[in-house]
Design a protein around this ligand. Structure first.
Ligand code: AGP
Length: 353
């Protein structure tokens, strides 16, 4: 087992660091596809856990690029939906391809007459026999129970899907498609540069790992990244963490903010920037310990610590932000002496409904 970890103390850390390669190889395999023609009026995305968070990012992206409505369901909840037959593409995201709830949802979607597409990391996994089309992520095997490289590979597959669907449905021009694809090629480097922040992130983990509770906040495409940061933290460190759309804080959770509670705020330089700064002021005024994750140095004026991430094109900030949160959770869990690759009560793939 030690040999398989290639010198890393845990599979999770190895897999976090494998992301540039996993993304590069996923993009190569996606670029070789010549069957990316689509035609649909709406999209339904179904998944569990981390894959569900990828689906939520996909929602923002597809709605933005294609201007069509996207619904995202937890697979375990999709079954309670009536069998509405509609001109919809249903996308099932599952790294393992074996998650029982997601497979059950795919069967249901087919019966309802939807066109179906799976995004999975495992060739020939069960989900592939229940859907019309499959997009593979090429992240390589993921051993750690916490999903890391498969998540960013799913994000990439969704970005690529949205661009190609936009192209085939005439919603994006040839030059827009070219520009988007060129920006996807830069993702492995952005992630590589974010991994270089590992020591800084470890120092931050040392400041917060003894806390019992923490908050992750973001807006728009980085709201699901906040959810994912909180899930990673809970799953491997057992610290209670909440992910919130930042604008929702004042509708309840702000009551929980007290002196010293860590709030990790994702502040990309996009439409959410000013509003995120307002939310940071709200929690700072209650003496929270705020860690800002941003490419803009100015954010440093409003937070206790700024983790300065690489600047990216619009829509690509989730890739760098999530890497910071994966490392933060990893280091917190390590400092607490947790069984990082095999957290208590959890299995790598959940094959019961
Ligand atoms: C992620 O860290 C979790 N271990 C879990 O939420 C996982 O993403 C979920 O069980 C879905 O798995 P799948 O992608 O294999 O369907």
């Amino acid at each position: 087992e030690d040999a398989e970890k290639s010198g890393y103390p845990h599979f999770m850390l190895k897999e976090i660091f494998e992301q540039p390669r996993a993304l590069d190889s996923t993009l190569h395999s996606l670029l070789s596809r010549n069957d990316m023609d689509f035609d649909f009026e709406r999209v339904t995305i179904v998944a569990c856990g981390t894959s569900y968070h990828a689906g939520l990012v996909g929602k923002y992206l597809i709605e933005e690029l294609l201007q069509i409505p996207v619904d995202v369901y937890y697979a375990s909840e999709y079954r309670y939906r009536p069998d509405v037959v509609e001109d919809s593409l249903a996308i099932f995201i599952t790294q393992s391809g074996e998650t029982a709830d997601t497979i059950a949802a795919a069967r249901k979607a087919k019966v309802s007459g939807n066109e179906t597409l799976a995004i999975t990391n495992v060739v020939g996994s069960s989900i592939t026999s229940y859907v019309d089309r499959v997009l593979y992520t090429n992240a390589g095997p993921e051993i750690g129970v916490a999903a890391t490289k498969t998540f960013t590979a799913q994000l990439l597959a969704l970005e690529y899907f949205a661009i190609r669907a936009g192209e085939s449905m005439g919603k994006l021009s040839v030059s827009q498609v070219r520009n988007f694809i060129n920006s996807l090629r830069k993702i492995p480097l952005y992630v590589e540069n974010t991994l270089n922040l590992n020591d800084i992130i470890e120092k931050e983990a040392k400041k917060i790992y003894k806390n019992k509770d923490m908050f992750f906040i973001g807006r728009s495409m980085n709201y699901p990244i906040a959810l994912e940061g909180a899930l990673k933290m809970k799953e491997i460190s057992y610290i209670h963490a909440e992910g919130y759309p930042a604008g929702e804080l004042k509708h309840g959770p702000l009551a929980l903010i007290e002196e010293g509670i860590p709030v990790i705020a994702l502040v990309p330089e996009d439409i959410t920037y000013d509003k995120m700064l307002s939310n940071i002021k709200e929690v700072s005024a209650r003496n929270a310990y705020v860690i800002g994750v941003s490419s803009n140095m100015d954010v440093g004026k409003y937070v206790d610590t700024l983790i300065k991430v690489p600047e990216t094109e619009l829509y690509l900030s989730p890739f760098v932000n999530v890497v910071v949160l994966q490392l933060l959770a990893y280091h917190a869990a390590r400092l607490l002496g947790r069984d990082i690759d095999k957290p208590r009560n959890l299995a790598k793939s959940v094959t019961v409904e």
